[in-house]
Design a protein around this ligand. Structure first.
Ligand code: AMP
Length: 472
């Protein structure tokens, strides 16, 4: 078999796995790094998340170590548990036909469980420096057979203060080894690390112009929690996508599944609490187009290999960039365009900026798609006080009362307080106009303002209340 990957020197087994993953052509970092790495050269590469760097070092590592040796021959150090999982997942996929075993190791999860997995034998470890060091100290991790080391996202590991752990781990390993370092930026301390712990490393860098994810259009929609399902139904009704929808918790997956199924969408859920047989069936249905919508947690979506997903919806925004990249990497595959849209509440908007910086990509703001003329929304939009309140939780309401009714600030505030049974500490600024006024009230009394106040009268006059949806 000759493919775009085998011409780089990638073995047939690994190239086949890459094809199975829907990869058609190597990315620029893969073109540069793979042939060099396969020769056994140390290198430090400047490459960001989304360039295909995991595929680059993954294929080098898997090709240069034997499978089934029980004691790990390669270790990948990564900054976060998400990345540990993702690297190990991608390794598992790449080794589909070689049979290497990759085990993730990270803090915050049971050390015994991870030790058990190691005892069963591992060829590659993907771990965070803190936990790896901990395991070395407990003699639960044997690094004596390591011949390959990868430092992934080295700049982030240093930013997180892992330098000492990394140096300890590197010193605990055989000197006779190949070391690969990947980093989005190349500050001096990374260069020093490279010169101290690597042998004649070659430096490579790729421009970020050719990100794998370039085929995916990224958007975000600013929407409060209470209106997420309204926004989702608009998207489903108007764009009719083949979509995978990510939620943060299993519970949320179940709730959304029930809601969408009640509304007669062809949706199914997948999460870790479901038996394997059920999960397989859900996936088959989705692949065979019996369902259009798959609602999933990150954990359940691991290892999913589905090519023609046109849409990824982050119903809940992930809080780290690796998970974000990983989720949206499920669309825009194999040369097809995809769309990734994230629902972002007002407190989460900073994440959008952060992800844009980290990936140097743009995530464009978009409005909820307009419903077609005359058609009704499947789910009604509700007032989401969380979304429209200010930092103190205050929401503005307009009333049809003002100076003409003989009211001043104090009078109006008293009236609102009585009519809606609101303590005056929960009433903020009052702006009196001639005909109408604006009163700030804490969001927890939002419903009373719109429900109770209009039931009362002021000097015999019927009172109207309107929520002001824009933030002050
Ligand atoms: P990374 O930069 O390693 O985080 O990879 C970003 C995404 O690109 C992951 O979802 C990879 O599976 C995917 N990917 C890596 N290499 C290729 C390739 N040659 N063709 C298509 N997708 C790829």
């Amino acid at each position: 078999m000759i493919s775009n990957f085998t011409t780089l020197g990638v073995s047939e087994e690994i190239a086949r796995a890459m094809e199975d993953m829907g990869w058609e052509e190597p990315t620029p970092i893969q073109v540069e790094a793979i042939p060099l790495g396969l020769k056994g050269t140390d290198m430090f590469a400047q490459a960001q998340t989304g360039t295909g760097k995991t595929g680059a070092f993954g294929s080098i590592v898997l090709q240069r170590i034997e499978a089934g040796m029980k004691i790990p021959a390669a270790i990948v150090l990564v900054p976060t548990r998400e990345l540990a999982n993702q690297v190990s997942e991608e390794m598992e996929k790449l080794s589909k036909h070689t049979g290497h075993v990759c085990v993730p190791i990270y803090g915050g999860a049971s050390i015994e469980g991870q030790m058990k997995r190691l005892e069963k034998g591992a060829d590659v470890i993907a771990g965070t420096p803190g936990r790896v060091k901990d395991m070395i100290n407990r003699r639960a991790l044997n690094l004596s057979k390591i011949s390959m080391v990868v430092l992934d996202e080295a700049d982030r590991m240093l930013d997180m203060g892992f330098i000492e752990d990394i140096e300890d781990i590197l010193s605990a390993m055989p000197r006779e080894r190949q070391t690969l370092l990947f980093s989005a930026t190349m500050p001096e301390d990374i260069k020093r690390l490279a010169s101290d712990y690597m042998r004649k490393p070659k430096e490579i860098s790729v421009s970020r112009d050719e990100m794998v994810l370039d085929l995916t259009k990224q958007y975000y929609i600013s929407v409060g929690r209470r209106n997420k399902s309204w926004a989702l139904c608009r998207i489903l009704d108007i764009d009719k996508p083949k979509a995978i929808i990510f939620c943060q918790t299993k519970r949320m997956v179940d709730i959304l599944d029930e809601r969408l199924s009640d509304l007669k969408y062809k949706a199914e859920a997948i999460h870790g609490d479901m038996p394997q047989s059920k999960r397989e069936k859900v996936l088959r249905d989705f692949k065979d187009d019996k369902t259009d919508i798959l609602i999933a947690t990150d954990v359940a979506a691991r290892g999913l290999d589905i090519d023609d997903i046109s849409y990824v919806v982050n119903y809940d925004m992930p809080d780290d960039v690796d998970t974000y990249i990983h989720r949206i990497g499920r669309t825009g595959r194999a040369g097809k365009e995809g769309v990734a849209v994230s629902f972002v509440t007002s407190e989460e908007e900073h994440l959008v900026r952060e992800f844009e910086l980290r990936t140097e990509m743009t995530i464009e703001r978009r409005d909820v798609p307009e419903a077609e003329e005359g058609s009704r929304d499947t789910i009604r939009r509700v007032v989401d006080y969380d979304q429209i309140s200010d930092v103190y939780g205050m929401v503005r309401f307009e009333l049809n009362l003002g100076k003409r009714d003989g009211l001043g600030k104090v009078g109006l505030s008293d009236f609102v307080s009585r009519a809606a049974r609101i303590r005056d500490v929960s009433i903020g600024k009052v702006q009196i106009g001639d005909e109408s006024s604006v009163v700030e009230v804490h969001k927890e009394f939002g419903n009373r303002m719109t429900m109770d106040v209009p039931k009362t009268r002021y000097n015999g006059k019927k009172v109207y209340v309107r929520v002001i949806q824009e933030k002050a």
